[in-house]
Write a protein of this length. Structure first.
Length: 478
């Protein structure tokens, strides 16, 4: 009697559970590589333009990075084509939504194979596109002797002008069918970029001062470089290089508008200066005194004392001592904040004085003795080993109190963003007290070389600790 072979059951989508079918469809969709199709408008114009140097810039969300990636593969059908795309750091290359991840969505359609360890795409013709960084000044010399038909810079405002211009020397082509090109994306924020693209971005007075004409978006002008200055010349000048600018905003990116319609709301919630740059594409707004903390945002409340659910006192310790009458050293400052029942942030105390390191310790200990133990203290941690040691030494003085250290690794304007936004959107109140004028004057005049920023630093740290410490951020309970 012959054995009967059991039929192997086939798996169909219909046999999946609802959850399995959804997972299967999602995986199938991720596996499909779709050809890149540029959006009509600025992105299409960016890809078609023939200028040697082109900046695709303006507001956030305009589709600049993906446009840059698409531009980099326009020559991959030629064997001798070599392209390079830069971010400031390798970490930025590999971030979610960064050039590495987005290139995986586009380049396989062109036959590209990616070498993970080398950050390199190779194409059937023999062409290649590499992803690189320029984190340190001397990194530009790593590319001596290399030649690239295409050079792209993502977020050019983060780069130094010297690095950018040096790499013009690497832009060259061995194939007469391939024109060497420079392409970049950028948001407002770098003064040197505004100067470089002044005909497209400058005010009338700035252009009159330079004697340059107003250029329209996509209009190509020609320049030569003499004595570290750009000189506007006619197109037929033997040394002229063409340059142009194309603007883009989130409204030019229907894909993002459809996939994440709330992104505009998040841009509108940014601090004043960043909102003007990233939503309104304002190239002239500066982190100047009066723009970070506007005086009209400061609301003083005449009440006895607010009911607070949590409180924190932050300190900023002076790094220098006064040695002569003419010296104007940093001050030691402290700011106390609390969070009310409905989420309102209260500034309830502020103080600063010129004191020695020994005086700093006495001040810290005096507040440690007078403040209830349930009020957390916040101590800055400056970069380097000395900053870490100082933070540990001060924290060890505060037995029985929760102490938070705030590492400071970026500029003061950056750290002011969250508190600035909270003031602007009416989320902060200042308890009426004699110290109010000093506190408000120092915030509203930040940043300015004529005003100390110690109170600003302490206020920013207090706000950061108050709005994050209960969510598991790093702190020491001593």
């Amino acid at each position: 009697m012959s054995a009967t072979r059991k039929a192997v059951p086939t798996i169909s989508r219909q046999s999946f559970t609802k959850m399995q079918r959804a997972a299967f469809e999602a995986a199938l969709e991720r596996s499909r590589v779709k050809p890149f199709v540029a959006h009509p408008g600025p992105q299409t114009e960016f890809l078609k333009h023939n200028a040697f140097e082109l900046l695709y810039g303006g507001a956030a969300g305009g589709g600049k990075s993906v446009g840059l990636l698409a531009c980099a593969v326009q020559g991959v059908n030629y064997r001798d084509f070599a392209g390079i795309l830069f971010r400031k750091t390798y970490k930025q290359l590999e971030e979610p939504g960064g050039l590495v991840e987005r290139s995986r969505e586009i380049y396989p359609h062109y036959g590209g194979l990616y070498r993970t360890g080398d950050f390199r795409w190779r194409f059937p013709s023999g062409a290649q596109v590499v992803l690189r960084h320029l984190q340190h000044t001397n990194d530009r010399y790593s590319y001596q002797g290399a030649e690239y038909s295409f050079e792209g810079f993502d977020q050019l405002e983060q780069f130094d002008e010297e690095d950018y211009l040096y790499l013009f020397s690497r832009a060259r082509s061995r194939d007469p069918r391939i024109r060497a090109r420079i392409r970049a994306s950028a948001n407002p924020g770098a003064a040197w970029l505004l100067d470089r693209y002044l005909p497209w971005l400058g005010t009338d007075s700035e252009l009159d001062q330079k004697g340059w004409p107003r250029a329209q978006q996509g209009e190509e002008l020609y320049f030569i470089r003499e004595n570290e200055e750009d000189i506007l010349v006619e197109p037929d000048h033997p040394e002229a290089l063409g340059r142009t600018f194309i603007a883009a905003t989130i409204y030019d990116n229907p894909t993002l508008m459809e996939n994440d319609p709330d992104y505009i709301r998040r841009l509108k919630a940014l601090p004043f200066v960043e909102r003007r740059r990233l939503l309104d594409a304002d190239w002239h707004i500066e982190s100047a005194a009066g723009n970070i903390y506007k005086r009209e945002w400061m609301v003083i409340a005449e009440i006895e004392y607010p009911v607070l659910e949590a409180s924190v006192r932050a300190f900023d310790f002076a790094a220098t001592e006064k040695e002569t009458q003419k010296d104007d050293p940093d001050l030691t400052a402290t700011v106390k904040m609390g969070r009310g029942r409905h989420g309102t942030i209260w500034v309830v105390d502020s103080y600063q004085e010129d004191t020695s390191p020994a005086g700093q310790q006495r001040l810290l200990l005096s507040y440690h003795e007078s403040e209830p133990r349930n009020i957390a203290f916040c101590i800055p941690q400056d970069p380097g080993q000395a900053g870490k040691k100082q933070a540990v030494d001060y924290a060890n003085l505060l037995q029985g109190r929760t102490v938070y250290t705030i590492p400071r690794q970026r500029d003061k304007v950056f750290y002011s963003g969250p508190l600035s936004a909270a003031f602007e959107f009416d989320q902060v109140r200042i308890l009426k007290a004699p110290w109010n004028p000093e506190f408000i004057n120092h915030l509203s005049n930040f940043p300015s070389p004529r005003w100390h920023d110690d109170l600003v630093d302490a206020a920013n740290d207090a706000f950061y600790a108050l709005t994050t410490w209960m969510k598991g951020d790093k702190g020491w309970a001593l």
